[in-house]
Design a protein around this ligand. Structure first.
Ligand code: ATP
Ligand code: MG
Length: 652
C-alpha cells in the first residue's frame, strides 16, 4: 500500500483519538485506488449468504468464540451480526477504512496492528489459521445494503467505537470516465466514540440497515411465493417450482409488508434449544419432502432463508452435528480405507482398534483450531453445525449396506515446479464418504475448505472427473481440508478457483486418483457381496425346492417317510447309469433347446442353476405319478426336452 494511504490512516487515527473523550465525529471517505476495488464495494458477491459468511469469517479471525446473527425475518429490513472477538482498535479501524483490499492479515502489518500472532502472521492471536487475506470481505455487505454500522469494543478501553458507513454506488459509465490514477470515492464514513462501563468487554457488532429491496426479495423468497398466487398458477409460462417450500419463515403480503400472509412453518418449536433446532432442521431435510420425492433437495424442502442458514452451516468453520468424520471409531461400524498417494496406488483397509479414531490412527491435524477451539454461531436462535455426518445413513436396496470411508492426506513435494510458479507449499487432508444415497442431493460432490472455511460448496463434478462412473459419483460426499497453500488459487469472492494454479492442478490429480481408488474398492466389495448373496440365495432356493418336491412325492405315494430318487443331468460317461435311487439324463439333450445368455453375469448363472433345479424337481414329480413308467429312457428324455423348450420360450 502506498504511503499516502498510510498517512491518511495515521491522520484518521489521531483524529479519532482526539475526539474519543468528547464523542465528536470524525468524518472521512472510503477510498480505493483501483477500479476493480470500486466494483467490489458495488458487490461481487451475489447471495446474502456470501456476505454473512464473510462476517462470520472475520469474527473467527478476530478470535471470537460466539457469533450471534439476528434478522427480523420474514421482513428483512435489517440484520445484525455480533461477535465477542477482539474488536477493532483505533489503529486497525483507521487502517481498514483507508486500505480496502489491503488486508493486514498474513502480513507484517498485521503484527503491527496487533490483529495476528506476533510470530506467525498466518495465524490469529489465539492460533487459528486465518481465513481473511484480501481486505474486501467486510464490503461484501454492499450487496445487502448501502448503509451499515460497525460498533466495536476492545478489551480494556472505556468506550465503544461507532462507525457509520454509507456506500456510493458506481455506474459503469462513471467508472469508465475516471482515469486509473484517480482515487475512487466509494463511500462516506463517520466515526465517533461512546463511553462504556464494561471495561473488560470486547466484540464487534455489524448492523446492516435499510436492506436493499433486491436482498429483501431474495431473503423473503418473494419470487417463489408470488409464483404460488392463483393468477400466477394460471399462467402457463410460469417457470417457477409450483410447490411451496415445506419449511419457511412465513410469507409476507407483498402489497403490504406489515402484514404476514402465511405464518412461519419451522421444523422446531419455540422452546427448543438452539442446538436442537438445528438438529431438527437437519432431520427435516433428511425426511425430505415426505411422499413428494425420495431424494430430498434443499430447494424444495426449505425457503431461501432456511437455505441460507444451511449454506452458512456448510461454509463456516464449525463443529459437525454428530462429530467430525475423522473422529470415526471402529464402533461406528464403517469400513475405513487409507488412500494412497502413489500414482498407481490402491486404498488399503485400516482396522481401527479400541478407542482409536481415524484421526489418531492416521495422524490427522486439520481439525485442530488453536487455543480458542470453541466457535459457536447462532442465527435467530438456531445454533449452526456442519450438517454432514457419517452416522445414521439410511439404508437402501443397494447391495453395500454400510457407508465406506476413504481417508487420505498429502503434502506433495512441488520442487519440480519452478519456485515462482509453485505458490508455496501445499498440504491437505481429505475424506470421501461413499453411501448408497446422498441426502440431501446438494451434498453430492466435494467441498474444499481452506483454513476450515469454504465458499465453494459441493462441486458435483469432482474437479471435472471425466471417467464415466456416473452412479457411483452420485453416491459420494467428500471434503478436503487444506492446511497449507491453495489460497492463491481461490478467486477473490472465495466462491470459485483459478484452475490453472499449480496447487489446484495437483489437487485435481490427487482427487481423481482418490476416486479411482474408491471405485476399485467399491467394485471389489460389491462383487464379493454379490457372489455371497447368490450363493446363499441359491442354497435357500434349492432347499425350498427339495422340500416342495419331497412333500409332493410323499403325498403321491401316501407315505410320509418316503423320499424321491435323485435326478441328475450330466453327460459324463461314468454317471451314465440308472437305478432306483438315481436317474441320470443327458444335460445336453435336454437343455440345448435353451438359448444361451448374452451376458454371463453372476445373476444369469444363478438363474440358470435355479431353472435346472426346478426341472429336476419336475422330473421327480412326474416319476412320483408314474408318468415315466411305460416310457423308454429316450422317450423320457424327449418329454423333458419338450418341457424345457416350452418353459424357455421368450418374447423377443
Ligand atoms: N468482526 C471483526 N472483529 C475484529 N476486526 C474485524 C472484524 N471484521 C473486520 N475486522 C477488521 O477489518 C479488516 C477488514 O476486514 P475484511 O473482511 O474486509 O478483510 P480481511 O478479513 O482482512 O480479508 P478478506 O477480504 O480476505 O476477508 C480485517 O483485516 C480486520 O482487521
Ligand atoms: Mg474478512
Amino acid at each position: 500500500m502506498s504511503n499516502k494511504e498510510d498517512q491518511l490512516s495515521d491522520e484518521l487515527e489521531r483524529d479519532i483519538s482526539a475526539k474519543e473523550k468528547n464523542g465528536r465525529v470524525s468524518t472521512t471517505k472510503l477510498r480505493t485506488d483501483e477500479r476493480v476495488l470500486a466494483r467490489i464495494t458495488d458487490g461481487i458477491y451475489r447471495q446474502p449468504a456470501s456476505a454473512l459468511r464473510e462476517l462470520i469469517a472475520n469474527a473467527y479471525d478476530a478470535d471470537a468464540t460466539e457469533v450471534y446473527i439476528q434478522t427480523d425475518a420474514p421482513r428483512f429490513d435489517s440484520i445484525t451480526v455480533r461477535d465477542n472477538g477482539r474488536g477493532l482498535s483505533r489503529k486497525a479501524l483507521a487502517h481498514v477504512i483507508h486500505h480496502i483490499g489491503g488486508s493486514p492479515k498474513r502480513t507484517i502489518k498485521g503484527a503491527e496492528l496487533d490483529v495476528v500472532d506476533e510470530n506467525d502472521p498466518y495465524l490469529s492471536k489465539s492460533g487459528r489459521r486465518l481465513i481473511g487475506k484480501i481486505g474486501i470481505g467486510l464490503f461484501s455487505v454492499a450487496q445487502l445494503t448501502a448503509h451499515f454500522q460497525i460498533i466495536s469494543k476492545v478489551k480494556g478501553e472505556h468506550f465503544r467505537r461507532v462507525v457509520d458507513v454509507v456506500l456510493t454506488t458506481h455506474r459503469e459509465d462513471e467508472l469508465a470516465k475516471k482515469n486509473s490514477k484517480q482515487d475512487f470515492e466509494t463511500g462516506s464514513v463517520n466515526i465517533w466514540s461512546v463511553p462504556a462501563k464494561d471495561f473488560d468487554a470486547q466484540g464487534t457488532e455489524i448492523i446492516l440497515l435499510e436492506l436493499r429491496q433486491q436482498a429483501k426479495d431474495i431473503l423473503s423468497s418473494r419470487e417463489r411465493w408470488q409464483a404460488m398466487q392463483p393468477d400466477a398458477l394460471d399462467d402457463e409460462d410460469n417457470p417457477a417450482n409450483l410447490l411451496p417450500p415445506l419449511y419457511h419463515v412465513g410469507e409476507l403480503d407483498f402489497q403490504d409488508n406489515d402484514v404476514i400472509e402465511k405464518k412461519a412453518n419451522l421444523p422446531w418449536s419455540s422452546d427448543d434449544l438452539p442446538k436442537d433446532r438445528f438438529a431438527k432442521l437437519v432431520q427435516a431435510v433428511k425426511d425430505g419432502e415426505g411422499n413428494r420425492a425420495s431424494n430430498p433437495e434443499l430447494d424444495k424442502v426449505l425457503d431461501n432463508y432456511l437455505n441460507m442458514v444451511w449454506t452458512l452451516s456448510l461454509s463456516a468453520p464449525l463443529d459437525y452435528i454428530e462429530g467430525h468424520p475423522f473422529e470415526a471409531r471402529a464402533s461406528d461400524g464403517i469400513p475405513v480405507f487409507e488412500l494412497s498417494n502413489q500414482s498407481r496406488g490402491q486404498a488399503t483397509e485400516v482396522n481401527l482398534t479400541g478407542r482409536q479414531t481415524v484421526a489418531s490412527r492416521l495422524k490427522l491435524i486439520s481439525m485442530k483450531r488453536g487455543v480458542a477451539s470453541k466457535f459457536d454461531v447462532y442465527i435467530d436462535g438456531i445454533q449452526l453445525f456442519r450438517p454432514l455426518s457419517i452416522k445414521n445413513i439410511p439404508e437402501t436396496a443397494h447391495a453395500i449396506k454400510t457407508p465406506l470411508l476413504f481417508v487420505g492426506k498429502c503434502e506433495p513435494n512441488l520442487d519440480r515446479i519452478p519456485e515462482e510458479f509453485r505458490g508455496g507449499s501445499l498440504a491437505f487432508e481429505a475424506y470421501f464418504l461413499w453411501a448408497p444415497k446422498i441426502i440431501p442431493k446438494e451434498h453430492n460432490g466435494i467441498v474444499i475448505r481452506i483454513n476450515d472455511a469454504s465458499g465453494t460448496l459441493f462441486d458435483e463434478t469432482f474437479l471435472k472427473y471425466q471417467v464415466s462412473e456416473q452412479t457411483r459419483l452420485r453416491q459420494i460426499t467428500a471434503e478436503i481440508f487444506v492446511t497449507s497453500g491453495l489460497d492463491a488459487a481461490l478467486n477473490i469472492d472465495r466462491e470459485s478457483f483459478n484452475y490453472s494454479h499449480p496447487h489446484y492442478q495437483f489437487l485435481t490429480k490427487w482427487v481423481h486418483g482418490a476416486l479411482r481408488q474408491l471405485t476399485n474398492v467399491h467394485k471389489r466389495i460389491a462383487k464379493e457381496l454379490r457372489v455371497a448373496r447368490l450363493e446363499s440365495e441359491s442354497s435357500t432356493l434349492s432347499q425350498k425346492i427339495v422340500q416342495a418336491v419331497t412333500e409332493e412325492w410323499q403325498k403321491a405315494k401316501s407315505d410320509p417317510s418316503d423320499h424321491p430318487p435323485e435326478v441328475m443331468f450330466s453327460d459324463e460317461p461314468k454317471t451314465k447309469r440308472k437305478n432306483a435311487d438315481l436317474i441320470v439324463f443327458s444335460k445336453n439333450e435336454i437343455f440345448s433347446v435353451r438359448k444361451p445368455r448374452a451376458r454371463q453375469t453372476g445373476t444369469a448363472a444363478a438363474d440358470e442353476l435355479a431353472f435346472e433345479e426346478k426341472i429336476k424337481a419336475l422330473t421327480q414329480v412326474l416319476t412320483a405319478y408314474g408318468v415315466f413308467e411305460k416310457m423308454t429312457h429316450k422317450k423320457q428324455q424327449q418329454l423333458l426336452r419338450a418341457i424345457v423348450r416350452i418353459f424357455s420360450v421368450e418374447a423377443d
